[in-house]
Ligand binder design. Structure first.
Ligand code: XLS
Ligand code: NI
Ligand code: NI
Length: 439
């Protein structure tokens, strides 16, 4: 054991198969196994979220953090950022996860002015680059933290104070530089404070237009410095603001149309954000996928008894099956991936808990993939769904879909053909069928 080891006693996590009872092994995630034409590794492109796993000490509004960070060894925050990077890459390689994601401030501490913050980040990026080369671990996406610092209390790109907007721009510029330097495949905007607390003091139209203008400037800069990846917007309806502008997938798709951003932007759908918006995880994934705008996924889950962003690790097999059915039908996530934007519970304090959490998430989605493939290959799932629409496949139904029938013509068809017989939606049959495959 080297003295610089942060997870001593834990070796590389291996695939041992469904019969294994080793809690530090994969039972279903077998990265080289080919399913529906692709390896599991390529289906998921799993990523660790740097902020939850290496920066979040698990405090809550009622108590201080409970996690011990053995990498916080120095009184110098830059030194600690370097130790944290070592710990993170030790974890990534032991877990065998191919990607990670970060905010600028996760990687390096903020300086006392713009130039110093840029210098801190560049220093850590240089080291991260070396680590990536040594280990083969890659950057799924970078982003800028535009919500923690007090200056962002009234928003970042949507702040009524222009000076704050410029600071947000400085951060996004540096975070884009970092993402390009590290070959990041995507760049995320999550507008945590882009929203409002009350309309009394808010010019909503002006703020939304400024958000569009800001995003176009960021896009132009990214393309100028050679960023070829996808820009992603991550919807969330609320928290920390009362109302967040990127409310849900449907809202963001409308915004991208209105702001002429569709050529460069897609969506990063997060499970717990979709449920906060009173949708299911699958609903927002489907909405993005069917528009050709599914960029990436932040995998986690909420809690049926709690109405906030609990960010539990995803262990709900049923959710995973629903989402994998969509991913298989719509061609998957690449160049996006599945990022574990999830945190340990406050009372999960052993270093190995971080492994259990990620292993559980990876195995859940791997099982979901195997079950979804089985359903698609060996059941009437698709046939039953498509079967409900056959009257639109030909004749007048098809003419309607093609916009060839006027309202008067439709009326005349109804008058002539009389009352249609009822057609069952077959929901219970389908639900039972899906359950039979979850074995
Ligand atoms: C918070 C968001 C955040 C983004 C990245 O709710 O999920 O973690 O993914 O800024
Ligand atoms: Ni997220
Ligand atoms: Ni979240």
């Amino acid at each position: 054991m080297s003295t610089n080891e942060y997870f001593p006693g834990i070796n590389k996590i291996e695939y041992e198969g469904p019969e294994s009872d080793n809690p530090l092994a994969f039972t279903h995630y077998d990265e080289d196994r080919v399913v529906a034409g692709k390896t599991m590794k390529d289906h998921f492109r799993f990523a660790v979220a740097y902020w939850h796993s290496f920066c979040n000490e698990n405090s809550d509004p009622f108590g201080v953090g409970t996690r011990q960070f053995p990498w916080d060894k120095s009184s110098d925050p830059i030194d600690n950022a370097k130790f944290r990077l070592d710990a993170a890459f030790e974890f990534f390689t032991k877990l065998g996860i191919p990607y990670y994601c970060f905010h600028d401030r996760d990687l390096a501490p903020e300086g006392s002015n713009v130039a110093e913050s840029e210098k801190n980040l560049a220093e850590l990026v240089e080291l991260a680059k070396q680590k990536q080369q040594e280990t083969g671990v890659k950057l799924l996406w970078g982003t800028a933290n535009l919500f923690t610092h007090p200056r962002y209390m009234n928003g970042a790109a949507t702040n009524p104070d222009f000076r704050v907007i410029t600071h947000a721009a400085a951060q996004v510029k540096a975070a884009l530089d970092a993402t390009v330097e590290l070959n990041g495949e995507n760049y995320v905007f999550w507008g945590g404070r882009e929203g409002y607390m009350h309309l009394f003091n808010t010019d909503m139209k002006r703020e939304l237009d400024n958000m569009g203008t800001f995003l176009r400037a960021a896009r132009d800069y990214g393309r100028k410095i050679g960023f070829e990846g996808t820009f992603l917007i991550e919807p969330k309806p609320m928290e920390p603001t009362k109302h967040q502008y990127d409310f849900d997938a449907a809202t963001v798709i409308g915004f991208l149309h209105e702001q002429d951003l569709l050529d460069d932007f897609k969506l990063n759908v997060e499970a717990n954000h979709a449920t906060l918006a009173s949708h299911s995880f699958a609903h927002d994934v489907m909405l993005a996928a069917q528009s050709g705008l599914l960029g990436s996924i932040d995998a986690n889950r909420g809690d049926n008894q709690n109405g906030w962003d609990t960010d539990y690790f995803p262990t709900n097999l049923y959710d995973a099956v629903e989402v994998m059915l969509i991913l298989l039908e719509y061609g998957g996530l690449a160049p996006g991936g599945l990022n574990f934007d999830a945190k340990l519970r406050r009372n999960s304090t052993d270093p190995e808990d971080l492994f259990h959490a990620h292993i559980g998430g990876m195995d859940t989605f791997a099982r979901g993939l195997l079950i979804a493939e089985d359903i698609l290959n060996n059941s009437d799932y698709k046939k039953l769904r498509h079967g409900r629409y056959t009257s639109l496949d030909e004749g007048k139904g098809k003419a309607f879909e093609n916009g060839k029938l006027s309202l008067e013509e439709l009326r005349d068809i109804a008058a002539k053909s009389g009352e249609p017989e009822l057609q069952s939606g077959k929901q219970e049959l389908l639900e039972n069928m899906i359950n039979r495959f979850i074995r």
